[in-house]
Design a protein around this ligand. Structure first.
Ligand code: GSH
Ligand code: FE2
Length: 227
């Protein structure tokens, strides 16, 4: 088993490298443009071949490293069909499998933070992007976000997974690395104990500042990133 959680401090983004330890094929999830050299060095050091570069959604806070990584490795890029993006090699649907060696990621469509937001299940580990964060969830006030959809996605698609499923988020702003579905069901500050209506009211009144890089990141990520 080969699983690495990598962190970009500027955007507080987690990138995940998952590999088939025997066949040496790997997938990168949510790479950050500024960390491409780090990611390539790790892939190389571990003797891996990158098969896929996968996005959990069109990010608003950083530019994907996907385009540069594709050019440097020949790996293919993938994002949800429902992102409205172009420039990726594959458009993902709910239930799709991203195969690397004898392993695969299972795509779970979880609209809400953005219409194309997708979680990826690998064995007992769930990469949640910004759909479910540790103790929180992605905001729904831009990129056609929808709080009611986010509530439905989390409660129907994620909270129905086994309680000991490990939750690996797309960001953490407080130094946390991993949680479980059971913990989030019981303690998530935005979701636990809230009705759908209460959750929507909360999300509609967060009044968060815009991500610093949104003006650059969204247009770039809608076309597969910049080199
Ligand atoms: N300060 C950060 C804000 C990042 C931000 O808004 N992140 C989005 C994910 S793209 C989010 O949903 N955050 C959840 C929250 O703040 O509750 C920045 O400027 O990049
Ligand atoms: Fe996001």
């Amino acid at each position: 088993m080969l699983f690495r959680q990598l962190f970009d401090a500027e955007s507080s983004t987690y990138t995940y490298l998952i590999g088939d330890a025997v066949r040496r094929e790997a997938v990168l999830v949510d790479p950050v443009r500024e960390q491409v050299e780090r990611d390539l060095a790790l892939v190389d050091a571990l003797g891996l071949t990158l098969a896929w570069i996968v996005e959990t959604h069109v990010h608003a806070d950083h530019v994907t490293g996907g385009r540069a990584l594709r050019e440097r490795t020949g790996a293919r890029t993938a994002v949800s069909r429902h992102c409205g993006a172009s420039g990726y090699d594959r458009e993902l649907d709910d239930g799709d499998r991203i195969v690397f060696g004898d392993e695969h990621l299972h795509a779970i469509s979880t609209p809400g933070h953005t219409p194309g937001s997708t979680c990826f299940l690998w064995r007992d580990r769930l990469l949640t992007g910004d759909t479910l964060l540790i103790g929180g969830c992605g905001r729904t006030d831009f990129q056609n976000g929808n709080a009611a959809s986010l509530f439905d996605s989390v409660t129907a698609r994620l909270f129905t997974l086994p309680d000991d499923t490990l939750v690996y988020p797309g960001h953490d702003y407080k130094g946390r690395h991993v949680s479980t579905i059971g913990e989030e069901k019981a303690t998530n500050a935005r979701l636990a104990g809230r009705t759908r209506e209460e959750f929507v009211a909360l999300m509609d009144n967060l009044n968060l500042p815009q991500p610093k890089k949104i003006g650059e990141a969204v247009p770039a990520n809608l076309v597969g990133g910049t080199g």
